[in-house]
Design a protein around this ligand. Structure first.
Ligand code: GAP
Length: 478
């Protein structure tokens, strides 16, 4: 772990628990870069590069298509990142959204106890020393750790604070949202009245959330700024169990669609759930750094609507049009982390294969090697088709550019005419492009191209007039 000049801990360059190959590929090929890299990074922040943004957008768009556009019982919303502080008073976040931390009386750094264990700061007598390295130790000197004493654990709120307007006063203090969910609760009545939906129905939102995590780390697994895809599904109390099961099944199916075959479901016991939840199932994944939460499903009861109704005075009760019963809806909340979805998609897709000989219809000088191939499901691949002229000769490249221009109207495409064809295939394998279209000298005669499949490496000769249909069919076959 590097300590920056301003003492912000950064994971840039830290050992990555077996994720090194994926992290290095992400940097090398433009999926994900360390945030503020030229200044030494910033406390485990990451920037999505040209391929990363395509990958992330594919996840968000597919999620929206599946859970909003394809259903008649869910509508979308996009609410403000900074909300009235009363929202966080009512939701309980100001009081409850905290971690127990110990503080050093000399360097003033704060840690969670589990982080101290990971940093091997426990002493023989069971107490902990401050794990901050002294400046002289960092420069190679003898003095190693800060001599400060650690306090007893105290609760520290995880919400990011800022000020509204030019005056930095208590009255102007506001918070960046730590979950997208509250935007859906406070707009419950607006949505109900404008869409005329009947229960059960859900409100979906995709957007950023901010948490001043004490121990961010493990690449994009835990960051202080991340994206969530959440649904608040409103129902009559008597139906909550059936809807809980329905959303659990939806979450399982989503994971299979994302290419994740193995995951775990853990029932969170009493006393360990978030303050608003009466039942929570965590969906967990075997990350290289251990089994950890990927997504969550919670039964939030009528907790949030009730709190907002009490605090704002707004009547959030629903009147059943058939029975005239007036009641406060209960809520099932399935929640998905976008960045954790990107991380599992990358981990699942990463393959190294020893390729004996790729029988290239299009000849290549380097057709025997190890290939790194990202086997993304086709819908998820950031680039769908690469168009590769066999040589840079004008007659070939102009034909290839025409094909690229036409395909780019329908698919995310790349055009590449540099280096050998074998190297270009490997480059496309590394970014997970499902199909490479090679334009060779025969193409000028037979008006056909060679299409190479990423996974089987099989090549087929397809006529240019049929190419778009062929690719459409293949890309939509999953
Ligand atoms: N509205 C409920 C809620 O926010 P949560 O379990 O705290 O529940 C939901 O967060 C999801 O958001 C998690 O399952 C995870 O995928 C993602 N998430 C939470 N904290 C994160 C962090 N610091 N970095 C990246 N993703 C995070």
């Amino acid at each position: 772990m590097k300590i920056n000049k301003n003492n912000q801990k950064s994971d840039v360059g830290a050992p990555s628990n077996g994720m090194d190959k994926v992290i290095s590929l992400c940097k090398r090929r433009g999926f994900i870069f360390p945030g503020s890299e030229i200044y030494g990074g910033l406390a485990n922040s990451w920037d999505y590069g040209p391929l990363g943004v395509e990958l992330k957008n594919n996840i968000k768009q597919e999620w929206w298509r599946r859970f909003v556009h394809s259903r008649t019982d869910v509508v979308g919303l996009d609410t403000a990142l900074i909300m009235n502080t009363k929202v966080w008073e009512a939701s309980g976040h100001l009081k409850e959204f905290s971690d127990p931390l110990v503080e050093c009386d000399v360097c003033k750094n704060r840690w969670r106890i589990d982080a101290l264990d990971q940093m091997r700061a426990r002493k023989a007598d069971g107490s902990y020393r401050c794990p901050t390295m002294t400046a002289s130790f960092i420069k190679g000197g003898a003095d190693s750790y800060c001599s400060g004493k650690l306090s007893e654990p105290r609760q520290f709120n995880l919400m990011f604070k800022t000020f509204l307007g030019p005056v930095e006063s208590e009255d102007n203090t506001v918070y960046f949202r730590p979950e997208t969910a509250q935007g859906m609760f406070v707009n419950f009545k607006n949505v109900l009245e404008t869409t005329r939906k009947r229960l059960p129905f859900g409100i979906a939102q995709v957007g950023k959330a901010f948490r001043n995590e004490i121990t961010p780390g493990n690449f994009i697994f835990r960051t202080r700024e991340f994206e969530q895809m959440e649904i608040e599904y409103f129902t009559h109390e008597k139906d909550w169990k059936a809807h809980f099961e329905m959303w659990l099944e939806e979450m399982r199916n989503w994971l299979r669609h994302l290419g994740v075959k193995k995951f775990h479901e853990t029932e969170i016991p009493d006393g360990e759930r978030a303050h608003y939840s009466k039942r929570t199932v965590d969906i967990e994944y075997d990350f290289p750094f251990g089994k950890k939460e990927l997504y969550g499903l919670a039964y939030r009861t009528d907790f949030d609507l009730k709190k907002h109704m009490d605090k704002s005075g707004e009547d959030f009760r629903y009147t059943d049009p058939e029975t005239n019963e007036k009641f406060l809806p209960h809520v099932i909340e399935p929640t998905w982390g976008v960045d954790r979805s990107v991380l599992v998609a990358l981990l699942e897709a990463y393959h190294e294969e020893t390729v004996k000989s790729e029988k290239l219809k299009v000849k290549s000088e380097d057709d025997e090697d190890t290939r790194v191939v990202m086997k993304f499901p086709k819908w998820l691949a950031p680039v769908k088709v690469a168009v590769l002229p066999l040589s840079k000769k004008e007659n070939l490249s102009s034909q290839a550019k025409k094909i690229h221009e036409d395909l780019a109207k329908d698919f995310v495409c790349e055009y590449d005419e540099t280096q050998s064809i074998g190297k270009r295939y490997r480059r496309q394998d590394e970014i997970g492009t499902p199909f490479c279209v090679t334009v060779d000298f025969e193409s000028l005669e037979d008006k056909a191209v060679t299409v190479r499949d990423r996974d089987t490496m099989k090549q087929e000769r397809i006529s240019i007039s049929e190419l778009k249909n062929y690719l459409n069919q293949k890309l939509n076959s999953e």
